[in-house]
Design a protein around this ligand. Sequence first.
Ligand code: PLP
Length: 373
Amino acid sequence: MNLFDVYPLFDIEPTKAEGCYIWDKEGNKYLDLYGGHAVISIGHSHPHYIKRISEQLNNIGFYSNSVQNPLQKELANKLGQISQLEDYDLFLCNSGAEANENALKLASFETGKKRVISFKKGFHGRTSAAVAITDNPKIVAPINSNHESTILELNDLDAVEKELKEGDVCAVIIEGIMGIGGIIVLENDFLEGLESLCKKYKAKLILDEVQSGYGRSGKFFAFQYSSIQPDIITTAKGMGNGFPVGAVLISREFKPWYGMLGTTFGGNYLACAASLAVLEVIENEKLIENSQKTGDHILKRLNQDIKKCEIRGKGLMIGIEFEEPIADLRKKLLFEDKIFTGVSGANTIRILPPLCLNQEQSDLFIDKLTDSL
Ligand code: PLP
Protein backbone atom coordinates (compact mmCIF):
# COMPACT_ATOMS: atom_id res chain seq x y z
CA MET A 1 0.00 0.00 0.00
CA ASN A 2 1.23 3.54 -0.76
CA LEU A 3 0.75 6.58 1.39
CA PHE A 4 -1.85 8.98 0.01
CA ASP A 5 0.47 11.77 -1.11
CA VAL A 6 -1.23 15.03 -0.14
CA TYR A 7 1.51 17.06 1.52
CA PRO A 8 5.24 17.45 0.87
CA LEU A 9 7.81 16.15 3.35
CA PHE A 10 11.51 16.91 3.78
CA ASP A 11 13.77 13.96 3.14
CA ILE A 12 15.01 13.86 6.74
CA GLU A 13 14.38 10.97 9.10
CA PRO A 14 14.72 11.90 12.77
CA THR A 15 16.22 9.27 15.06
CA LYS A 16 16.47 11.25 18.28
CA ALA A 17 15.02 14.46 19.70
CA GLU A 18 15.73 16.38 22.88
CA GLY A 19 14.72 19.88 24.01
CA CYS A 20 14.91 22.14 20.95
CA TYR A 21 17.02 19.69 18.92
CA ILE A 22 16.47 16.81 16.50
CA TRP A 23 19.08 14.38 15.15
CA ASP A 24 18.78 12.55 11.83
CA LYS A 25 20.05 9.08 10.97
CA GLU A 26 23.31 10.53 9.60
CA GLY A 27 23.93 12.08 13.02
CA ASN A 28 23.23 15.69 11.94
CA LYS A 29 21.86 17.88 14.73
CA TYR A 30 19.11 20.39 13.87
CA LEU A 31 17.67 23.31 15.83
CA ASP A 32 13.90 22.86 15.66
CA LEU A 33 12.09 26.20 15.33
CA TYR A 34 8.90 24.63 14.03
CA GLY A 35 8.01 21.77 16.38
CA GLY A 36 6.05 19.75 13.81
CA HIS A 37 3.36 22.42 13.19
CA ALA A 38 3.61 24.03 16.66
CA VAL A 39 2.96 20.90 18.70
CA ILE A 40 6.21 20.79 20.65
CA SER A 41 5.51 23.08 23.58
CA ILE A 42 7.73 21.84 26.43
CA GLY A 43 10.56 20.50 24.24
CA HIS A 44 11.22 17.10 22.69
CA SER A 45 11.46 14.05 24.97
CA HIS A 46 11.09 16.02 28.20
CA PRO A 47 12.01 13.61 31.07
CA HIS A 48 8.96 14.50 33.18
CA TYR A 49 6.67 13.99 30.18
CA ILE A 50 8.22 10.63 29.31
CA LYS A 51 8.04 9.51 32.94
CA ARG A 52 4.37 10.43 33.31
CA ILE A 53 3.32 8.77 30.03
CA SER A 54 5.41 5.65 30.73
CA GLU A 55 3.97 5.27 34.23
CA GLN A 56 0.48 5.58 32.79
CA LEU A 57 1.23 3.05 30.07
CA ASN A 58 2.51 0.59 32.64
CA ASN A 59 -0.54 1.24 34.78
CA ILE A 60 -3.75 0.94 32.75
CA GLY A 61 -2.60 2.21 29.36
CA PHE A 62 -5.05 3.87 27.01
CA TYR A 63 -8.33 2.62 28.43
CA SER A 64 -10.83 5.06 27.03
CA ASN A 65 -14.29 6.30 27.98
CA SER A 66 -17.39 4.98 29.78
CA VAL A 67 -15.66 4.55 33.13
CA GLN A 68 -14.47 7.06 35.70
CA ASN A 69 -11.12 8.55 34.72
CA PRO A 70 -9.86 10.76 37.56
CA LEU A 71 -7.14 12.17 35.31
CA GLN A 72 -9.78 14.07 33.32
CA LYS A 73 -10.90 15.95 36.42
CA GLU A 74 -7.29 16.56 37.43
CA LEU A 75 -6.60 17.94 33.95
CA ALA A 76 -9.68 20.19 34.03
CA ASN A 77 -8.57 21.60 37.40
CA LYS A 78 -4.98 22.17 36.35
CA LEU A 79 -5.95 23.74 33.02
CA GLY A 80 -8.48 26.02 34.75
CA GLN A 81 -5.84 27.11 37.25
CA ILE A 82 -2.98 27.77 34.81
CA SER A 83 -5.11 29.43 32.13
CA GLN A 84 -7.04 31.39 34.78
CA LEU A 85 -10.27 30.21 33.15
CA GLU A 86 -11.75 28.34 36.09
CA ASP A 87 -15.27 29.41 35.05
CA TYR A 88 -15.21 27.29 31.90
CA ASP A 89 -16.01 23.56 31.52
CA LEU A 90 -13.79 21.17 29.57
CA PHE A 91 -14.64 18.76 26.75
CA LEU A 92 -11.74 16.59 25.61
CA CYS A 93 -11.23 15.36 22.05
CA ASN A 94 -8.32 14.43 19.77
CA SER A 95 -7.38 17.25 17.41
CA GLY A 96 -7.85 20.88 16.46
CA ALA A 97 -10.40 20.20 13.74
CA GLU A 98 -12.41 18.04 16.09
CA ALA A 99 -12.34 20.73 18.79
CA ASN A 100 -13.63 23.30 16.29
CA GLU A 101 -16.37 20.98 14.96
CA ASN A 102 -17.58 20.41 18.52
CA ALA A 103 -17.48 24.15 19.19
CA LEU A 104 -19.63 24.82 16.11
CA LYS A 105 -22.05 22.11 17.18
CA LEU A 106 -22.39 23.67 20.62
CA ALA A 107 -23.02 27.11 19.10
CA SER A 108 -25.62 25.63 16.81
CA PHE A 109 -27.41 23.74 19.60
CA GLU A 110 -27.48 26.79 21.83
CA THR A 111 -28.70 29.32 19.23
CA GLY A 112 -30.80 27.06 16.99
CA LYS A 113 -28.94 28.60 13.99
CA LYS A 114 -26.46 27.18 11.50
CA ARG A 115 -24.36 29.73 9.62
CA VAL A 116 -20.77 30.40 10.69
CA ILE A 117 -18.68 33.52 10.06
CA SER A 118 -14.92 33.14 9.66
CA PHE A 119 -12.25 35.45 8.26
CA LYS A 120 -9.88 35.60 5.29
CA LYS A 121 -6.43 34.22 6.20
CA GLY A 122 -8.03 32.22 9.00
CA PHE A 123 -7.69 28.46 9.29
CA HIS A 124 -9.76 26.15 11.46
CA GLY A 125 -8.72 22.73 10.23
CA ARG A 126 -10.73 20.75 7.71
CA THR A 127 -14.01 21.86 9.27
CA SER A 128 -17.21 23.53 8.24
CA ALA A 129 -15.69 26.88 9.24
CA ALA A 130 -14.00 26.44 5.85
CA VAL A 131 -10.42 26.85 4.83
CA ALA A 132 -10.15 30.60 4.40
CA ILE A 133 -6.47 30.83 3.52
CA THR A 134 -6.89 29.92 -0.11
CA ASP A 135 -9.10 30.97 -3.00
CA ASN A 136 -9.20 27.44 -4.40
CA PRO A 137 -12.97 26.81 -4.63
CA LYS A 138 -12.44 23.08 -4.16
CA ILE A 139 -11.23 23.59 -0.62
CA VAL A 140 -12.92 26.83 0.38
CA ALA A 141 -16.28 25.09 0.39
CA PRO A 142 -17.31 23.64 3.76
CA ILE A 143 -16.17 20.08 3.66
CA ASN A 144 -17.89 17.73 5.96
CA SER A 145 -20.69 19.21 7.83
CA ASN A 146 -24.10 20.74 7.82
CA HIS A 147 -22.88 24.23 8.68
CA GLU A 148 -22.75 26.90 6.03
CA SER A 149 -19.90 29.34 6.28
CA THR A 150 -19.27 32.93 5.19
CA ILE A 151 -15.72 34.27 5.00
CA LEU A 152 -15.27 38.00 5.65
CA GLU A 153 -12.40 40.51 5.49
CA LEU A 154 -10.52 40.88 8.73
CA ASN A 155 -11.15 44.06 10.75
CA ASP A 156 -14.42 44.89 8.98
CA LEU A 157 -16.92 45.06 11.84
CA ASP A 158 -19.57 46.60 9.57
CA ALA A 159 -19.47 43.53 7.33
CA VAL A 160 -19.78 41.28 10.39
CA GLU A 161 -22.78 43.24 11.64
CA LYS A 162 -24.45 43.08 8.22
CA GLU A 163 -24.22 39.27 8.26
CA LEU A 164 -25.27 38.93 11.90
CA LYS A 165 -28.36 41.05 11.21
CA GLU A 166 -29.60 38.31 8.90
CA GLY A 167 -30.37 36.38 12.08
CA ASP A 168 -29.12 32.95 10.94
CA VAL A 169 -25.54 33.04 12.29
CA CYS A 170 -24.72 30.69 15.18
CA ALA A 171 -21.04 31.56 15.59
CA VAL A 172 -18.17 33.82 14.69
CA ILE A 173 -14.89 31.91 14.77
CA ILE A 174 -11.46 33.51 14.77
CA GLU A 175 -7.92 32.53 15.78
CA GLY A 176 -6.21 34.17 18.77
CA ILE A 177 -3.32 34.91 16.38
CA MET A 178 -3.79 33.79 12.78
CA GLY A 179 -1.15 31.11 12.25
CA ILE A 180 -1.22 29.45 8.87
CA GLY A 181 -2.43 32.73 7.30
CA GLY A 182 0.96 34.28 8.14
CA ILE A 183 1.04 35.14 11.89
CA ILE A 184 -1.43 37.98 11.97
CA VAL A 185 -1.91 39.58 15.37
CA LEU A 186 -5.43 40.88 15.87
CA GLU A 187 -6.32 44.36 17.08
CA ASN A 188 -7.92 44.29 20.54
CA ASP A 189 -10.58 46.71 19.26
CA PHE A 190 -11.57 44.23 16.57
CA LEU A 191 -11.87 41.34 19.04
CA GLU A 192 -13.81 43.50 21.47
CA GLY A 193 -16.07 44.65 18.62
CA LEU A 194 -16.74 41.02 17.67
CA GLU A 195 -17.61 40.19 21.26
CA SER A 196 -20.18 42.95 21.54
CA LEU A 197 -21.71 42.21 18.11
CA CYS A 198 -22.03 38.53 19.04
CA LYS A 199 -23.78 39.49 22.27
CA LYS A 200 -26.11 41.92 20.44
CA TYR A 201 -27.17 39.39 17.78
CA LYS A 202 -27.07 36.27 20.00
CA ALA A 203 -24.28 34.48 18.17
CA LYS A 204 -21.42 32.68 19.93
CA LEU A 205 -17.83 33.91 19.77
CA ILE A 206 -15.39 31.02 19.31
CA LEU A 207 -11.69 31.67 19.82
CA ASP A 208 -9.61 29.11 17.96
CA GLU A 209 -6.44 28.85 20.04
CA VAL A 210 -5.39 25.55 18.47
CA GLN A 211 -2.09 27.04 17.34
CA SER A 212 -1.79 30.20 19.45
CA GLY A 213 -2.71 28.59 22.79
CA TYR A 214 -0.75 26.92 25.55
CA GLY A 215 1.64 29.77 26.24
CA ARG A 216 2.88 30.17 22.70
CA SER A 217 1.98 33.88 22.52
CA GLY A 218 3.45 34.76 25.92
CA LYS A 219 -0.02 34.50 27.54
CA PHE A 220 -1.75 31.17 28.09
CA PHE A 221 -4.20 32.04 25.30
CA ALA A 222 -3.48 34.83 22.83
CA PHE A 223 -6.92 36.41 23.28
CA GLN A 224 -5.89 37.12 26.89
CA TYR A 225 -4.00 40.17 25.59
CA SER A 226 -7.50 41.67 25.19
CA SER A 227 -10.42 41.99 27.62
CA ILE A 228 -12.80 39.59 25.83
CA GLN A 229 -14.39 36.51 27.36
CA PRO A 230 -15.17 34.13 24.47
CA ASP A 231 -18.15 31.81 24.70
CA ILE A 232 -15.98 28.92 23.54
CA ILE A 233 -12.22 28.42 23.25
CA THR A 234 -10.66 25.57 21.28
CA THR A 235 -7.14 24.25 21.69
CA ALA A 236 -4.95 21.30 20.62
CA LYS A 237 -1.39 21.31 19.18
CA GLY A 238 0.84 22.30 22.16
CA MET A 239 -1.54 20.65 24.61
CA GLY A 240 -0.01 17.20 24.31
CA ASN A 241 3.55 18.09 23.15
CA GLY A 242 3.03 15.76 20.19
CA PHE A 243 0.49 13.42 21.75
CA PRO A 244 -2.80 13.87 19.83
CA VAL A 245 -5.23 15.67 22.09
CA GLY A 246 -7.65 18.57 21.71
CA ALA A 247 -10.06 20.44 23.93
CA VAL A 248 -13.06 22.72 23.98
CA LEU A 249 -13.38 25.17 26.86
CA ILE A 250 -17.02 26.03 27.26
CA SER A 251 -18.48 28.94 29.22
CA ARG A 252 -21.07 28.12 31.87
CA GLU A 253 -23.95 29.64 29.86
CA PHE A 254 -24.02 26.29 27.97
CA LYS A 255 -25.88 23.59 29.87
CA PRO A 256 -24.70 20.07 29.05
CA TRP A 257 -27.06 17.15 28.36
CA TYR A 258 -26.28 13.51 27.67
CA GLY A 259 -25.70 12.94 23.97
CA MET A 260 -24.95 16.60 23.24
CA LEU A 261 -21.32 15.78 22.36
CA GLY A 262 -19.49 12.48 22.35
CA THR A 263 -16.12 10.85 21.71
CA THR A 264 -14.45 7.44 21.66
CA PHE A 265 -10.82 8.38 22.29
CA GLY A 266 -11.18 11.90 23.69
CA GLY A 267 -9.80 12.21 27.21
CA ASN A 268 -8.22 8.76 27.27
CA TYR A 269 -5.75 8.05 30.07
CA LEU A 270 -2.59 8.51 28.03
CA ALA A 271 -3.79 11.77 26.47
CA CYS A 272 -4.61 13.07 29.96
CA ALA A 273 -1.23 11.98 31.35
CA ALA A 274 0.54 13.73 28.45
CA SER A 275 -1.55 16.88 28.87
CA LEU A 276 -1.00 17.00 32.62
CA ALA A 277 2.75 16.56 32.18
CA VAL A 278 2.75 19.48 29.72
CA LEU A 279 0.95 21.78 32.17
CA GLU A 280 3.22 20.73 35.03
CA VAL A 281 6.34 21.51 33.00
CA ILE A 282 4.88 24.80 31.72
CA GLU A 283 4.27 25.80 35.34
CA ASN A 284 7.51 24.49 36.89
CA GLU A 285 9.79 25.83 34.19
CA LYS A 286 7.90 29.12 33.75
CA LEU A 287 7.62 28.50 30.02
CA ILE A 288 4.98 31.16 29.38
CA GLU A 289 7.29 33.81 30.81
CA ASN A 290 10.12 32.33 28.73
CA SER A 291 7.99 32.43 25.60
CA GLN A 292 7.34 36.12 26.16
CA LYS A 293 10.95 36.97 27.05
CA THR A 294 12.61 35.00 24.25
CA GLY A 295 9.93 36.14 21.80
CA ASP A 296 10.55 39.80 22.69
CA HIS A 297 14.27 39.26 22.19
CA ILE A 298 13.75 37.69 18.76
CA LEU A 299 11.34 40.42 17.65
CA LYS A 300 13.73 43.14 18.81
CA ARG A 301 16.72 41.62 17.01
CA LEU A 302 14.76 40.88 13.83
CA ASN A 303 13.51 44.47 13.72
CA GLN A 304 17.08 45.74 14.17
CA ASP A 305 18.91 43.36 11.85
CA ILE A 306 16.62 42.32 9.04
CA LYS A 307 15.60 44.88 6.44
CA LYS A 308 12.94 44.81 3.74
CA CYS A 309 10.55 42.50 5.49
CA GLU A 310 7.53 42.69 7.76
CA ILE A 311 7.89 41.11 11.18
CA ARG A 312 4.77 40.04 13.06
CA GLY A 313 3.97 38.03 16.14
CA LYS A 314 3.88 37.69 19.88
CA GLY A 315 5.88 35.37 22.12
CA LEU A 316 7.22 32.39 20.20
CA MET A 317 4.76 32.71 17.32
CA ILE A 318 6.59 34.84 14.78
CA GLY A 319 6.20 35.51 11.07
CA ILE A 320 8.84 37.17 8.87
CA GLU A 321 7.37 38.20 5.54
CA PHE A 322 9.81 38.94 2.73
CA GLU A 323 9.20 40.66 -0.60
CA GLU A 324 10.52 37.59 -2.43
CA PRO A 325 9.64 33.87 -2.17
CA ILE A 326 11.64 32.18 0.57
CA ALA A 327 11.78 28.53 -0.55
CA ASP A 328 15.56 28.69 -1.23
CA LEU A 329 16.25 30.58 1.98
CA ARG A 330 14.44 27.91 4.01
CA LYS A 331 16.31 25.14 2.21
CA LYS A 332 19.62 26.82 3.03
CA LEU A 333 18.61 27.24 6.68
CA LEU A 334 17.64 23.58 6.87
CA PHE A 335 20.30 21.79 4.84
CA GLU A 336 23.33 24.05 5.46
CA ASP A 337 22.62 25.71 8.81
CA LYS A 338 20.59 22.80 10.21
CA ILE A 339 17.65 24.91 11.37
CA PHE A 340 14.02 23.87 10.88
CA THR A 341 11.59 26.70 10.12
CA GLY A 342 7.99 26.77 8.98
CA VAL A 343 6.33 28.67 6.18
CA SER A 344 3.16 30.51 5.35
CA GLY A 345 2.29 31.16 1.71
CA ALA A 346 5.34 31.70 -0.51
CA ASN A 347 7.02 34.62 1.27
CA THR A 348 6.68 34.20 5.02
CA ILE A 349 8.92 32.26 7.40
CA ARG A 350 6.88 31.07 10.36
CA ILE A 351 8.63 30.09 13.56
CA LEU A 352 6.85 28.12 16.25
CA PRO A 353 9.67 26.69 18.40
CA PRO A 354 9.42 24.82 21.70
CA LEU A 355 8.61 27.27 24.50
CA CYS A 356 11.92 26.45 26.21
CA LEU A 357 13.93 28.08 23.40
CA ASN A 358 16.67 30.24 24.91
CA GLN A 359 18.34 33.46 23.85
CA GLU A 360 21.48 31.75 22.58
CA GLN A 361 19.49 29.41 20.33
CA SER A 362 17.40 32.26 18.98
CA ASP A 363 20.55 34.34 18.32
CA LEU A 364 21.98 31.48 16.28
CA PHE A 365 18.88 31.55 14.08
CA ILE A 366 19.01 35.31 13.57
CA ASP A 367 22.78 35.24 12.83
CA LYS A 368 22.32 32.50 10.23
CA LEU A 369 19.32 34.30 8.73
CA THR A 370 21.23 37.59 8.47
CA ASP A 371 24.23 35.79 6.90
CA SER A 372 21.96 34.13 4.34
CA LEU A 373 20.40 37.42 3.35
N1 PLP B 1 -7.11 25.56 13.96
C1 PLP B 1 -5.92 26.15 13.76
C2 PLP B 1 -5.73 27.59 14.12
C3 PLP B 1 -4.85 25.43 13.21
O1 PLP B 1 -3.67 26.02 12.99
C4 PLP B 1 -5.06 24.06 12.91
C5 PLP B 1 -3.99 23.25 12.32
O2 PLP B 1 -3.00 23.74 11.84
C6 PLP B 1 -6.33 23.48 13.14
C7 PLP B 1 -7.32 24.27 13.67
C8 PLP B 1 -6.58 22.04 12.85
O3 PLP B 1 -5.93 21.27 13.79
P1 PLP B 1 -5.69 19.70 13.51
O4 PLP B 1 -4.69 19.61 12.41
O5 PLP B 1 -5.22 19.18 14.83
O6 PLP B 1 -7.01 19.13 13.13
